[in-house]
Unconditional design. Structure first.
Length: 135
């Protein structure tokens, strides 16, 4: 509560405030009892103070939501690329063994994109093995 109250009075720019609040959110998670204490303390504030705190909190939660959505989109894109590439490899060369599949699953998005391009030049599953060893 005191941290958010202090932030609401400092008049920091949005980026600095988000950075500090992100830190607080990451390292100061409240359990149910602490959350109840926080809400009780919030009820004791004047309407003006409560409004300022709520503005800070809402801005912080908006930012966290946007970041979460962005991460979800990136993860979905990577999973989609992975699915398409494995499908293409298996359609062209047959089922992959578990070891090869595991090596593909852990590739970064850039590596998956490179694999998708290189896959066009592969003549057999041996080319895939050579490509994976070159990483």
């Amino acid at each position: 509560m005191e941290c958010i109250r202090l932030l609401s009075t400092l008049r920091l720019n949005r980026a600095k405030m988000q950075l500090i609040l992100g830190f607080v959110d990451t390292y100061l998670r409240l359990n149910d009892e602490e959350e109840g204490t926080y809400r009780a303390e919030l009820d004791k504030l004047t309407p003006v103070e409560r409004e300022r705190l709520m503005e800070v909190t809402m801005s912080w939660r908006e930012q966290a939501l946007q970041e979460g959505l962005q991460q979800g989109l990136q993860q979905g894109k990577q999973e989609g690329m992975l699915s398409v590439i494995i499908h293409q490899i298996e359609r062209r060369f047959g089922s992959l063994d578990a070891g090869t599949r595991e090596r593909i699953v852990v590739l970064t998005p850039d590596q998956l994109e490179s694999l998708g391009d290189a896959l066009l030049d592969f003549s057999g599953v041996e080319d895939l093995a050579v490509w994976l060893k070159s990483l």
